[in-house]
Design a protein around this ligand. Sequence first.
Ligand code: FES
Ligand SMILES: [Fe+2]
Length: 426
Amino acid sequence: MFTEEDNEALTRVGPGTLMGDLMRRYWMPFLLPEELPAPDCPPVRVRLLGEDLVAFRDTNGRLGLLDRYCPHRRVDLFFGRNEECGLRCVYHGWKFDVDGAVMDMPAEPINSPLRSEVKIKSYPIVEWGGLIWAYLGDRAHMPPKPPELEWGLVPPSHRHIGKRLQENNFAQGVEGGIDSSHVGILHSLLDPAKAALPFRERQQAIDPKVKYLASDTAPRFFVRPTDYGLRIGARRVASDSEYYWRVTQFLAPFYTMIARRDETGPIAGHAWTPIDDHHTWTFTMHWNPDAPLEDIGAVDSAAVNVPVYNDGSYRPINNRSNNYGIDRDVQRLSSSTGIQGIGLQDSAIQETMGPIVDRSREILGSGDAAIVAFRKLMLAQARHLRETGELPLPNQPELYRVRSVGIVLPKGVDFEEGAKARMQVA
Ligand code: FES
Ligand SMILES: [Fe+2]
């Protein structure tokens, strides 16, 4: 039984909360580099783990992440002037460098002690792997670099990263990312000629190469703990002598990887970065470890990535206010949802549960084994950290070098053994 108290502990991410303290032990991606494209470009408003911040790139190209509000009289530094290696508040001109030190106080006497006494809150920030990352925790525990997820290691030509705003808690996103049993249902397509047939006869997999998604809609789950989180095997019947396994990864605290279709195609995964309790940055990654992504257009299409406003909000153009553009004719004839695109289908169901789903009111089935394991793992981590000051998982960047796979194996072969070689990142 997942209590209301558990739900609170799992989902609250602000300063001083159980999960917030856990997240503050990890580097977190939150901006695309194009949001801070050049030295002295306009600063960007940031909200991360419930904290209001401002990010900027200084004259020398260095990145800074400061408290949003000027320590003088609390003016929003988004309006600041980004000039000569610092961000200057427009009200009385206090100016701060990327480390939060005061560079100038033009409205104070030249020998004012405030110049050396005042500092604005600042956090470490780096650009790596096609994203900009921040570390909001105690620096004594800061990992040396962001986690070495494979999409960050491959050359830029081999990856594509999309970003969208989701108006729901991060855990709802993670739970969607490791929920293999919805793939053959929520994301399924229909053949209009079969649309009137009973459910099991009309189902068609989103990917025709993976027909098992439609032929076996009730996978059995096998969840194994790892040094980075969870390895989740979803087993479907492929033939009398074989199973089709989708091995999904959950990497703490909020990364997921969905099964690769075959040995040569792109892999997909997500980061679900908590903006605050009720909002999440969803980053969708596609990468091919072996070759440039040939058809970025296909990956970037509305079928996969969600079209968003380009005003910096990353809010989907189809969103809750228009029921995600649902087309009931399409739903009747050619897709389960009538909503265009995998990403938007996921957003639609995750957001409309409410910003924080009431997990104490769910009725879980055997297909939810991975979701249960995720919740237990995260709560155990956070509670252990609170009690001992130590993280149970090692939190080392190199442990994140793993892949997801989709693989057909003879019955009797353990999925971790059978898929081992294909889960390794060189
Ligand atoms: S409020 Fe920023 S300098 Fe006065
Ligand atoms: Fe999905």
